[in-house]
Structures are given as C-alpha cells and as structure tokens.
Design a binder for this molecule. Structure first.
Ligand code: HEM
Length: 394
C-alpha cells in the first residue's frame, strides 16, 4: 500500500483540509495520479475507480465489509441492513428484496402519482425545495401510507440536507420521536404500504415466503427508518438535477425517454458519489496489496466520468445508453448483492415525478448547479425553473 500515488497534500494534515472543503476536487486530483491512489484523511484511505476495482470491492462481501466504513459515521445510515455484513446481511436482504422488486414497486404507482398531482408547481419554482417536498411525500405515501406527520418527517430529514458535520451528529431525541412514529405505523399499518408488507400483515410475501419475508416489529421500524434516510436526499437531488436538465433539453421531454434521462443524470451526478468498505483479510486488488483493516473507497463519480468508459463524459447525452453500459462501469446504485435496496423505488419516484413536466412549457430560469458534496452529492442551488402546464391542467 505504501508507495501508492497521492495528490499533493499538506505535510502535517495530509488531505484532510481539502477533503472538508473540496472533496470532489481532491478525488479528481487523486484520479489524475493513478487508477488506485491514496488519500491521507484522519486515517489512510485507498481509492480506486476502474471497473476491475469496482468488481472486487463490490462483489467479495466476505473481504470488503461495511461495518467500520464511512456510512458508520452518520447515525442515519449506521443501522439496519446498511450496517450488517454477511452472513446476516444476505438473510436480511433476501427478506427486504421481496418487498422492493420492480413488480411490487409497480403497485405503488397510483400512490406516487397522487402525491405528485397534489404538489405540482405553477410558474416559477425552486427545483431543490420542490424535490425535497415531493420526495418526502412520496416516501411517506409508500412506506407509511401518509401516516407520519409531515412536520416530523421534515425535521428528521433536514440534517441530511445540511453541510457536514450536521448529518453526522447524534440526535437521540429526534431519532426516538421518529422511531415512535414509525412504531405506531407498524403497529397498525395501512394496507398496501411497505410498512404493512414488512410486518407481513398484507400477505404480500406470497405462499411459502411469509415467514422469511416478515420482520419483527423492532427490525421493521429500524429498516423503515434507514430506508427513509437512504432514499431521501439521494432521490431528491437526482430529481432536482433531472428537472434542471429537462428544462434545457426539450427533445428529451417524453415519458418513454425518461429512463435514459434518469440513467444519464445518475451517471453525471451519482448521489452516492463514494462508497467505502473495510478490508477483513490481507488481499491484493488491481496489483495493490491491501492489509487487513484498510479503508477502501469506490467512486461512482470517478467511474462515471472516466473518458475510457464514457466518451465526452461531461456532456449530457442520454442516447449513449442505447449502446449499453460497460460492466462495472455504471454503478449509480452500486452493484452486486448489496446494491441499492431502493433502486426500483427510486427510479419509479423519479419517473412519476418527471412525467408531468414532459407536457407544457418548461424553462430554466437560472441558479447555481455547481456540485456540492456531503454525505450525498447535490447541486449547490438554488435551481430556478418555470413550468406552465398544458391547457386543461391549469
Ligand atoms: C436516486 C436515488 C438513490 C441512489 C443514487 C442510491 C444509491 C445507493 C448506493 C450507491 C448504495 C450502495 C452504498 C454502499 O456501497 O455503501 C445504496 C444502498 C442502499 N440504498 Fe440507495 N440510493 C437511492 C435511493 C434509495 C431509496 C429510495 C431507498 C429506499 C428504499 C434506498 C435504500 C438503500 C439501502 C437500504 C441501501 C443499503 C443496501 C445494503 O447495504 O444491502 N436507496 N444506495
């Protein structure tokens, strides 16, 4: 590991200062030094971004483990399935996967459409604030049947929208209030919601699966809280960016083209811009020796902007997906057995929220779309957009 290339840093504090002020610039500088490089943060970190690095780090769950990784730094993610490792992780994922696959998510389309219809903006609006509201509403509808008070939901999720260290601070009282609210939902869940499915009261698991698929009350509460947090800011910022691009690209404003638009937005702006693991045994990856205990990082952001995989990577060109995608080179939702649990739900939320804007007049007004990286990648904002609905909808 010693001898790996590094971007320029300070002799005393290494890369820590730049990490806190300009982490994306630091990653880009590191990628310029080599395909696998080292950063000196509060501890050494080894970063790679080529497909063979992604394959190794994301597919060998015994060697590359989540416990002790960067997600442990925030109470929002240091719990539930995110925090577990094999073999417990496999068992929990199997149970959760049964409720979040494409077919199941499809059943929620009507609920999602209702939320969007209630919140459609008119005229000039700020896309990030609108996306925050509508994604909160959509997650509340699908997970809890709208039963969690919007004010509590907004308060619980607000720190995720603020700069670091806000999302990393413990908030035991707020978490207890949120867990009590989710607990009340789980005790008497609205039929057809994810809460009902997780505790097995809506028969959604199907014959023979019920015992595997239902969770105990405490586990269901914890998993729902983690899904809420993992799904909120990620989906919100992706939606804001997608609107921003759609407003400047009329030819992509058609419902059947939205999946390619969503792919391209998540390529350019993967909300999960880095992911990390801790190495559980000495291992060699891409010719680099990684001793037990090493913190390793994969970066969808760097992978998605590698011109060897994505020609003219900075251009917004949804048509590029017609040619397929490079293996382990398109990972906005990671990949493998611990890829994003909510990927189908996130895509459905994005599609349903964007659909209305395919009709009428959508125009970029102005704002600041430069990148800002915290726990997730977001546009600095504001992003002002104007939408005039088609006649008949006004
Ligand atoms: C555009 C929106 C989203 C993006 C870009 C995204 C991205 C990701 C990524 C990259 C990972 C892997 C993290 C790692 O390697 O440590 C992940 C995991 C996860 N995501 Fe998402 N996500 C999104 C939406 C959602 C939603 C809506 C949910 C709610 C169900 C969700 C729940 C989860 C969970 C529970 C995990 C952990 C899975 C595991 O460890 O087995 N995500 N997501």
């Amino acid at each position: 590991m010693n001898g790996l290339p590094q971007p320029p840093g300070n002799r005393l504090v290494g890369h820590l200062w730049r990490w806190t002020t300009d982490p994306v610039g630091l990653l880009e500088a590191g990628a310029g030094t080599g395909e696998v490089f080292q950063l000196r943060l509060w501890r050494p970190v080894v970063v790679g971004y080529r497909p063979d690095w992604n394959r190794a780090v994301l597919s060998d769950l015994e060697t590359f483990r989540n416990a002790g990784s960067l997600s442990d730094l925030t109470p929002y993610l240091a719990a539930g399935v995110v925090h577990s490792d094999v073999p417990a992780h496999d068992q929990r994922r199997r149970a959760l996967n049964l409720h979040l696959h494409a077919g199941r998510v499809q059943e929620w389309t009507g609920r999602l459409r209702e939320v969007v219809a209630r919140q459609l903006p008119r005229g000039r609006f700020e896309a990030v604030a609108w996306a925050e509201r509508v994604v909160r509403g959509m997650l509340n509808a699908v997970l809890f049947g709208d039963a969690v008070p919007e004010r509590l939901l907004a308060r619980f999720l607000a720190p995720l929208q603020r700069s670091i260290p806000a999302p990393l601070l413990p908030r035991p009282r707020l978490f207890r209030r949120m867990e009590a609210a989710i607990g009340a939902v789980v005790a008497d869940p609205v039929p057809g919601t994810l809460a009902a499915a997780l505790v097995g009261v809506d028969g959604s698991a199907g014959a023979g699966e019920a015992s595997d698929a239902a969770l105990g009350t405490a586990d269901a509460v914890e998993e729902l809280r983690v899904m809420l947090a993992a799904g909120y800011d990620t989906t919100t910022y992706t939606l804001a960016w997608a609107l921003w691009y759609l407003a400047a690209a009329p030819r992509w404003r058609a419902p059947d083209l939205l999946p390619a638009v969503i792919d391209e937005v998540t390529r350019l702006y993967p909300a999960g811009w880095i992911g990390s693991r801790v190495v559980s045994r000495d291992v060699q990856v891409c010719g680099v020796e990684l001793p037990t205990g090493t913190l390793v990082v994969y970066s969808p952001y760097l992978t998605h902007r590698d011109p060897r995989l994505w020609p003219e990577p900075l251009c917004f060109r949804p048509e590029r997906f017609a040619a397929g995608r490079p293996a382990w080179g398109f990972i906005p939702f990671a990949a493998g057995r611990r890829s994003c649990l909510g990927a189908c739900l996130a895509r459905a939320v994005l599609r349903v929220a964007l659909e209305p804007f395919c009709a009428g007049e959508l125009v970029r007004v102005g704002g600041d779309a430069t990148l800002k990286a915290g726990v997730t990648l977001r546009p600095r904002g504001p992003l002002w957009i104007s939408w005039t609905p088609p006649q008949g909808l006004t």
